[in-house]
Structure formats: C-alpha cells, structure tokens
Write a protein that binds this ligand. Structure first.
Ligand SMILES: Cc1cc2nc3c(=O)[nH]c(=O)nc-3n(C[C@H](O)[C@H](O)[C@H](O)COP(=O)(O)OP(=O)(O)OC[C@H]3O[C@@H](n4cnc5c(N)ncnc54)[C@H](O)[C@@H]3O)c2cc1C
Length: 418
C-alpha cells in the first residue's frame, strides 16, 4: 500500500511498527503520535534501576532523536489522537492539540493505564502509581524521604517497587488480596520462593488482605497527605501507618480510540495472531490488545510484555503491507526485584503438570501439557531460562522425570518432541 499510515501510541509497539514499515520499504508517510512529552522510551527500568540510582538517570530512550529524521518517521509528541473517523476519501484523526491528520491506515498502539484503587481516599497526595516517566520521577522523589512505604498489590510492579524502596532503607509492607504473590502468573512454588527472598530482605507481606480505604495523616505540614492504609484482614479491620503508598493492582487496555473505529470489545482491542482487527485498514499491537492463545485460538489473552509489544508491532506492519508474516517467537518476560531476577519463557496458563527444581539460591518451575514442555519460570537461574527458551523455539521438550534434580543441567535433558 501507499499513502499515510498513522500510528497512535509511541511506545514499544508503535515504534516497532514504524521501524518495520520502513524496513519493509514502505514509501509513504509514517506518523507516530505519542501522548507523552517524550519520544518512545523503555518502561521496564522505571520500576527498577530508575528508582534506586544515586543520581536521576537519563531518559531510557528507545531511539535517539536523529533516528526519526533518518527513517522519515514523523514523531508527534505530547498530544494524543482523540478521535478517528472514516470519510469517503479515507480516515481523519483529531489530535488533542486541535490538529487534524488524514490517514489511509491506522496502527493502534495505545498501551494500558494503571487501574485505580476503588476505595475512599485513593486520591490523597502521597499515593502513587507507576506507568510513565513522569510517574517514575514523582515516585523517585518521594522515595528519597519516605520511611514507611505500603505497596498495594503483589504483582510484578508492586514487588519491583517494594524491592527498590527497601534498598533505599524504608520499612516496606506489601498488601495483597490473594493468598500468594504473583498469583495470576506463576505457580505457587515460585510465589513462595519470591516471598521468602523478599521477607529475608526485610519486606513484610500481608496476604489475603484487602485495602478498604486510605486516610490522611492527622496534621501533615503542607496540607493533607496519606497517613494510613485501612485494611480488611481475616481477623478484622486494621490501620497501617504509611507516608508513601504505591498502588500496583493491574492495568486496563486503552481502547477509547479503538472504540471510534469499532474494533474493540470489553477486554481490549481484538486482533488475530497477526495483529489484524476486523477492519483491514486497522491493526493493533501491544498492551492494548487481546489476541488468540497460541494453543487455543478460541481463547483471547492479553500479554503485557516488551517482547509481545515489539513482536505484535512488527506483525502489524507486515499485515498492513500484505507481506508474509515472520514467525512468532517464544513469549518471554522478566522482572528484576532487587537481587532477584525472575524470567518467564512460554505461556503456562493451560499446564496440567509441573516440575519444581529448587535449591537455596534459585528456583525453576517447568510447566507441561500432555507431557510436553510449554513454559518455565526461573528465579536467579538464567541458564535454565535460556535452555527452556531454546527448547521451546525448536519444538523440543525436557525430560520431566529427571528435571526435578536441581543438580542436573537442564540442557542435558532436552529431547525432540515425538
Ligand atoms: C513500570 C513498568 C515496568 C515494566 N517492566 C517490564 C519488564 O521488566 N519486562 C517486560 O517485558 N515488560 C515490562 N513492563 C511492561 C512493558 O513495558 C509493556 O508491556 C510495554 O511497554 C507495552 O508497550 P506498548 O507499546 O503496548 O504500550 P506503552 O508502552 O504503554 O505505550 C503506549 C503509548 O501510547 C500512548 N497513548 C495512549 N493513547 C494514545 C492516543 N490516543 N494517542 C497517542 N498516544 C496514546 C501512551 O501515552 C503511551 O505512551 C513494564 C511496564 C511498566 C509500566
């Protein structure tokens, strides 16, 4: 195709789509519109080294400014695409700054936003969330002075922030409604390993505990500010003192723009395995999408990872230009929580068996379905992670009977799938 391709959302997915369009030789206009003031940057460091570095680190840009000029990518920053409509001659996008941009095809790469905590007091100063560079700067500033930090949510971002706050010397409590950490994504042995590691570093965990309110401190200099967190525990209501609260209870896909184009449902922007929506002029990629599960295409899943965002962004570009699609790789994710490095390869949600390999310092859980390896979570075990990733990429499996021995190198147990 020729003409004008408009990419809404200048994150990992949007940038990957823009770069791939140029790599594939697309000659037309590529406009990458991002609502944030910065050009595309990496989000993962925001909850990790960005919070703990002694001096404020530089913006973790994905590409330097001249890259966009060299590749003829028109980067529009600091304003979002508010509306998108089809006319008889093509699409018209209305930007937040009042401009109108025509387009022939659109890439929706609008990401996700943190879910709010739906309790009284959630808007008090001193309560933070973490998605953007601006959020990270604000949180970093607060962490300099905070002494009692409460993290609401024992997911990846919550645990990364908790580890960072502990490194900075604060007393840290993580409050989690489920009965274990990371319950949506890893098996119980990994949850336990992670909790024990953080507990040994001094982080306190309140599991099976809900936050029901946030209350201002009695007399805070400079105006009202959070002073305590109200908890519903199995034994009744409790108040926990806090001078900084970080909420990490999940994120919702940004679908407002997609709704204008009629390609969304309540779970996200619905795409196929190649990032195509029901409208051939519109593709979508990254955290804003739901896509078919690779083993069960009738089930739509949301993958929130850098790997998925970049891969779907590339798929989206191929789809728009009608090019043969590159193969999808093995999904992977990582989370650095202080000294602890958690790595996930593959999708484990439909496993029917698992094998645990653990010793004092590290832990790997291998997931199987119908006897075949489908995924693994590794904590502080990059070698196991790499072996599993390679095995999955080459349609191999790992002998479950022998994998439980942590002394047996996994790579010696890899066999082709029969
Ligand atoms: C703190 C943090 C730590 C993370 N750590 C890890 C990690 O360790 N490993 C990992 O794999 N993943 C991690 N992730 C997840 C990963 O960063 C995301 O999955 C990935 O960035 C998604 O990319 P995306 O392009 O889909 O969305 P985003 O990166 O969210 O980009 C979407 C962009 O679109 C903009 N936008 C929204 N609506 C509009 C509009 N209408 N017009 C224009 N622009 C719009 C948004 O402002 C945003 O800038 C982390 C995420 C966060 C927040």
């Amino acid at each position: 195709m020729t003409g004008q391709i408009l990419i809404a959302g200048a994150g990992e997915a949007g940038l990957a789509a823009a770069i791939t369009l140029r790599e594939l030789g697309y000659p037309g206009t590529v406009t990458l519109v991002g609502a944030e003031p910065e050009g595309p940057y990496q989000r993962p460091p925001l909850s990790k080294e960005f919070l703990t570095a002694a001096t404020p680190p530089a913006i973790p840009e994905l590409r330097a400014a001249q890259f966009y000029a060299e590749h003829r990518i028109d980067l529009v920053r600091g304003t979002g695409v508010r509306t998108a409509t089809w006319t008889r001659t093509g699409g018209v996008a209305g930007l937040g700054d009042g401009r109108e941009l025509p387009f022939d095809a659109m890439v929706l790469a609008t990401g996700s936003v943190p879910l709010p905590l739906p309790v009284p007091g959630a808007g008090l100063p001193g309560i933070h969330r973490l998605r953007t560079l601006a959020d990270a700067h604000a949180l970093r500033d607060q962490l300099e002075h905070a002494t009692r930090v409460v993290v609401v949510g024992g997911g990846f971002i919550g645990l990364e922030v908790a580890a960072a706050a502990r490194t900075k010397g604060a007393s840290v409590t993580v409050v989690e409604a489920a009965d274990r950490l990371l319950a949506r994504v890893v098996a119980e042995p990994v949850s336990r390993f992670v909790r024990e590691h953080h507990a040994a570093a001094g982080i306190r965990f309140l599991l099976h505990t809900r936050v029901t309110g946030l209350v201002a401190a009695d007399s805070a200099a400079g105006g009202p500010r959070v002073g305590s967190v109200v908890l519903a525990t199995p034994t009744g209501e409790v108040r926990l003192a806090a001078d900084l609260v970080v909420v990490g209870v999940g994120a919702r896909p940004v679908t407002e723009l997609a709704a204008h184009l009629g390609v969304t449902d309540e779970r996200g922007i619905v795409v196929d395995a190649h990032a195509r929506t029901a409208d051939p002029r519109v593709v979508a990629a990254g955290d804003c999408t739901v896509q078919p599960h690779p083993r069960d295409p009738d089930r739509l899943i949301r993958l929130e990872s850098v790997h998925n965002a970049t891969e779907q962004g590339r798929q989206a570009a191929h789809s728009l230009l009608g090019k043969p699609h590159p193969p999808r790789g093995v999904p992977y994710f990582w989370s650095n929580q202080g000294e602890l490095k958690l790595q996930i390869a593959g999708l484990s949600d439909d496993h029917d068996d698992l094998v645990v390999r653990t010793d004092a310092d590290r832990c790997t859980v291998l997931y199987y379905r119908s006897g075949a390896l489908i995924a693994a979570d590794s904590v502080n075990h990059p070698r196991d992670h790499l072996t599993v990733k390679r095995a999955l990429a080459s349609a191999a499996t790992i002998d479950p009977a022998r994998a439980a021995d942590p002394a047996a190198p996994l790579k010696t147990l890899v066999t082709p799938l029969r």
